[in-house]
Every structure is written in C-alpha cells, then in structure tokens.
Write a protein that binds this ligand. Structure first.
Ligand code: IPD
Ligand code: CA
Ligand code: CA
Ligand code: CA
Length: 266
C-alpha cells in the first residue's frame, strides 16, 4: 500500500499527538480539566495534542486552512485546502481512563474530503484513506460488513450528553432501532465508531449533532471501504448536517428508515 506524501504528513502528525495523548492518559488524574458546557469537557491533553498536530500540518503546508476543535480556525491563503482535526475524539472516555479514543485528521480540497486518518493511540490501530485509493487498517485493505439484514446487525450510536436538547428524540430512535437489530453499542468516540463501520466491525451507525472534525476523516474511510455515510435524507453533505447514518448499501437504507420511523399515534 503506497501512501501519498500528504497522507504521510497526516499520519506523522497523528502519531506525534498519539504519543502525547498516551503519556497524558497514564497520568489522567493530574490533568487540568475544564467544562465548555454541561457534560462537555476539555483538558490540557486535548489542547496539547491539537497544538502538535497544527504545528506539524501547518509546517508541511503553510498555505492550507485549519479547522480544529480546540483552537481558532485558520483561513488558508490557497483557498482550496483545509485540514479538519479532532485532536482527541472521546474526551469523556479519556478522562475516565477508558481506552477508547482517537485522533482524527482529514484534508478537504474544494469542499471534498480527499484524505483521512483516524488513529487509536491505545491500540496503535491506524485507519487511513485517500479518495479513490481505498481504506486501510494499518496495511490491511478494508471493506464494510456484508450483512444484509438488520436482525443480524450490530449498530453503533451516539447518546446525547447532559445539556443536549435531543434526549427525547434519541430515545424514540433507539427504541425503534433496538426493536429491529441484533445489538446496539455506544463506545463514545464518533470517529472511531465510524472507522469500525469501515472495518466491518459495526454493521451500521447513526448519530446526530456531530461536528465536522468528528466525522470528516471517517466518512471517507467508510466510502472508500464500499459503504455509505449520509445524513437522514441520504445527502452526502454530512459535514454541513451533522447527522450521520452509515453502513453497507442494505443496512444504510434500512437504518435510515428505522431511525426516521414516525412515532405511532396513541
Ligand atoms: C464526542 C465524541 C462522542 C460523541 C460526541 C462528540 P469529543 O467528541 O465523538 O462519541 O457522541 O457527540 O462530541 O468531544 O470527545 O471530541
Ligand atoms: Ca469535545
Ligand atoms: Ca469529537
Ligand atoms: Ca475532541
């Protein structure tokens, strides 16, 4: 598997941040933590990782823009390219000592995601994709799962945190989904959850209210692994919508229908 120079830059940046996160994860009780809103945490570890990634990427391509969760956006001078970065996706897991979190780095060109990297620094699982070049887990080519029926499917999801207005909506969707599928999981890192769809571990996934940095890299992973990742209407503009439904052709279609099923009148 040959990686382009740009993908190599992204991989290097992810590993650099991964080392920093792994060190901080070992001393998580000593980290400074603050709240951005109810149930929404950020720590020194998030900020340090973003700084490392930003420096590495901006050094390699100084004219590109940069959109990261924890720092002010840089508008690029080249007008076409933008990095989209989540330095620590799964902060709540991280701060609780749960080793399921990731670094997500995507490259957007003229509004299209052309390369994506998701790294789990706990397991050294590196998910990469370039548009038209396939998706990989380390050196292994990925393919979404082949299961066609929801009744055989394991579906990942995201649960709204404290302060989110969508608790009621989520419970209705969950009730409908769990009535149709073999099992539902909530692992707590959207980028890694979606990478699990690309790897055929999850048959499908849905979540609302995600940010571009949660999904940009993984949506490309899924598409390059032969799957679908759209909003509820089936539009590919998931970064704008923030809602993602993913899976192979069959599960994606069926899951979209179930998530949107109307509540029966009493
Ligand atoms: C969060 C995680 C989580 C998802 C939240 C995200 P963060 O990202 O991806 O799984 O349910 O919506 O905000 O804040 O840990 O980077
Ligand atoms: Ca966050
Ligand atoms: Ca995130
Ligand atoms: Ca984050």
């Amino acid at each position: 598997m040959a990686r382009s120079a740009l993908l190599n830059v992204m991989v290097q940046a992810a590993f650099k941040a991964g080392k920093s996160l792994a060190r901080d994860f070992g001393e998580v009780q000593n980290l400074q933590v603050s709240l951005k809103g109810p149930g929404d945490y950020v720590s020194q570890a998030d900020r340090k990782a973003e700084k490392l990634i930003r420096e590495e990427l901006m050094k390699a391509r100084p004219t590109y823009g940069f959109l990261g969760e924890e720092s002010e956006e840089i508008i690029g001078t080249d007008g076409a390219h933008r990095w989209i970065v989540d330095p620590l996706d799964g902060t709540t897991n991280f701060l609780h000592g749960i080793p399921f979190f990731a670094i997500s780095i995507a490259l957007e060109r003229n509004g299209e995601i052309v390369a994506g990297v998701v790294l789990n620094p706990g397991t050294d699982e590196l998910f990469t994709a370039e548009r038209g070049g396939g998706a990989f887990l380390n050196d292994r080519r990925l393919r979404v799962a082949a299961r066609k029926n929801l009744s055989d499917a394991v579906i990942g999801c995201g649960i709204p945190h404290l302060g989110d207005v969508n608790h009621g909506k989520f419970l209705i969707e969950l009730r409908h989904v769990m009535g149709e599928v073999a099992g539902v999981r909530r692992l707590g890192s959207a980028s890694l959850d979606l990478a699990y769809v690309a790897a055929g571990r999850f048959d499908g996934f849905w979540e609302r209210d995600l940010m571009p940095w949660d999904i940009a890299a993984s949506v490309l992973l899924i598409r390059e692994a032969g799957g679908y990742a759209t909003d509820l209407d089936g539009s590919n503009a998931v970064l704008a919508s923030g809602t993602v439904v993913a899976g192979n052709e069959y599960i994606h279609k069926a899951l979209r229908e179930v998530v949107q099923r109307p509540v029966p009148a009493r």
